[in-house]
Write a protein that binds this ligand. Structure first.
Ligand code: ADE
Length: 228
């Protein structure tokens, strides 16, 4: 999968170049390109922002550098995403859906927003990562990219995806590693019993208990689905 990120702050994206995503890039599963929108500005000082018509707080990103930056990477199969608090809220289903595209283009807004004509010029999906406002689209782009990349074939094992939170509508069960006892706290006996059936049963129960306690909304949804 190819991911192009258009931003005024390329230096913000070093987290995408470490750990699992870095390995996925090295092995050719992902290609992440970071493109500086400022390089496309036709202004003699490379300016990319201006005051909003009609007045109001702060500056807006101008449409020309954004338009040319998108055009430089666009192809017909590409899906363009603009992280924004006005988008529909992101979730695991959306992550899975986006992971099926061959080419994604993330456009990062900054300051008070962008000239709205951008959304008339291209088919762009706005996505919110939650009901709060961040200073720009860089962090939400990284959140979306990190989470969708995990669903790209080969990036992580299928087993990890199957057992993690939300994969079956539940939160993940508690996990433990060595030492078997720490500060008087012991790992539950069943996990060291060697009885795989019992381990699976315990994990399912713990998963349900946690979901009921912490995310009643998800728990109720599970029960409704089973009733219907
Ligand atoms: N940009 C600013 N706030 C945002 C949010 N909550 N989600 C996505 N993009 C944003």
């Amino acid at each position: 999968m190819k991911i192009d990120i258009l931003t005024l702050f390329p230096e913000a994206f070093s987290p995408l170049k470490t750990s699992i995503l870095a390995r996925a890039e090295e092995s050719g599963l992902l290609e992440i390109n970071i493109i500086n929108i400022r390089d496309f500005s036709q202004d003699k000082h490379k300016k990319c922002d201006d005051y909003p018509f009609g007045g109001g707080a702060g500056m807006l990103m101008t449409v020309q550098p954004l338009f040319d930056a998108i055009k430089s990477v666009y192809d017909e199969k590409a899906k363009i995403i603009f992280p924004s608090p006005i988008g529909k809220t992101y979730n695991v289903q959306k992550a899975q859906q986006l992971s099926q595209f061959q080419h994604l283009i993330f456009v990062c807004g900054h300051y008070e927003g962008v000239d709205d004509r951008l959304f008339q010029l291209f088919d762009i999906e706005q996505i919110s990562i939650g009901d709060y406002v961040l200073t720009g689209g860089e962090i939400p782009s990284m959140v979306i990219i990190d989470s969708l990349a995990r669903f790209v074939d080969g990036v992580i094992t299928k087993e990890s995806l199957d057992s993690e939170s939300f994969s079956n509508g539940c939160l993940e069960y508690p996990q433990y590693t060595r030492p078997q006892e720490f500060m008087g706290l012991k790992v539950p006996d069943v996990l060291v019993s060697g009885n795989h059936q019992e381990v699976d049963k315990w994990r399912r129960e713990q998963s349900l208990l946690r979901t009921k306690e912490i995310r009643k909304d998800l728990y109720d949804k599970l029960n409704n689905t089973q009733d219907n």
